[in-house]
Design a protein around this ligand. Structure first.
Ligand code: FPP
Length: 249
């Protein structure tokens, strides 16, 4: 197969230069709803439909890992009604998408303080994670009650504990060892980070992992995000030269 193959209705993406790991900060659900005089929860509902579209598109294109920032450690401070609605949407998503994940060979993983999630969400998550664990077509990695700083604190505690127990020599602490003690151990760092809604912030997502990620900000609110724009962003990524701190070719 030619590396410039365009398949289905996907315009000329270079399949040899796809990002292996795409991470997305899905922002703007509230503003999307406000613009329509709707409750914020309606924005999250529409946002969930977009999650389905982008998961499907990523699988179709051949992305290996799609990480979605679905709920941050800071999001617990939102009004209780909104938190409850987000948890219900999440539980429903995990239940309704399980068949699609199985049919499309998608493995579900999660990162973050999973223990803080309501029992019914934890159960749905456990069920979907277990059922899909042998799938190898794509990883859908949901960041839930996730925060980059608390992930780093957790990693430091783990490494400090092992050092104290004499299992790790401080001189053998390397960037690789640190990566192995993060939630994302075993995953390559994101090649591409996308944030919707025009905000130019990282908001405590993947602080360690995005050292060399290409970053793309779009003004589009998450509920308005779609397959075409996602493909345009992937094409833009393919035109960038990644130097990893070295000189260009
Ligand atoms: C940011 O919009 C979005 C979130 C805090 C939650 C993201 C959740 C979803 C897209 C739906 C549920 C997820 C899954 C995986 C089923 P915001 O509320 O901060 O928007 P605003 O900045 O305009 O207020």
């Amino acid at each position: 197969m030619n590396s410039n193959t365009s398949f289905h209705d996907l315009p000329a993406l270079d399949t040899a230069k796809l990002p292996a790991h795409v991470a997305i900060i899905m922002d703007g659900n509230g503003r999307w709803a406000k613009k329509r005089y709707l409750n914020r929860i309606n924005g999250h509902k529409k946002g969930t439909e977009v999650v389905r579209t982008i998961v499907r598109t990523s699988r179709e294109i051949g992305i290996s890992i799609l990480s979605l920032y679905a709920f941050s450690t800071e999001n617990w401070q939102r009004p209780q009604k909104e938190v409850a609605a987000l948890m219900t949407l999440l539980k429903n998503f995990l239940q309704s998408e399980l068949k699609e994940m199985m049919d499309n060979n998608i493995r579900l993983t999660s990162i973050g303080q999973i223990e803080r999630l309501p029992e019914n969400v934890k159960m749905a998550l456990h069920k979907a994670t277990t059922a899909t664990r042998e799938n190898n077509g794509m990883v859908l990695n949901l960041a839930l009650s996730y925060g980059g700083r608390s992930e780093i604190v957790r990693m430091v505690r783990k490494i400090a504990g092992k050092t104290k127990d004499g299992l790790i020599d401080p001189d053998s602490i390397t960037p690789e060892l640190i990566s192995e003690h993060l939630y994302t151990h075993g995953m390559p760092d994101p090649d591409l980070l996308v944030r919707t809604s025009g905000e130019m912030r990282i908001s405590n997502f993947f602080l360690w992992q995005i050292a060399y990620s290409e970053i793309f900000f779009t003004d589009t609110l998450w509920p308005d995000f779609n397959k075409d724009e996602f493909i345009q962003i992937l094409k833009d990524y393919q035109n960038r030269e990644r130097r990893f701190g070295k000189v260009g070719s």
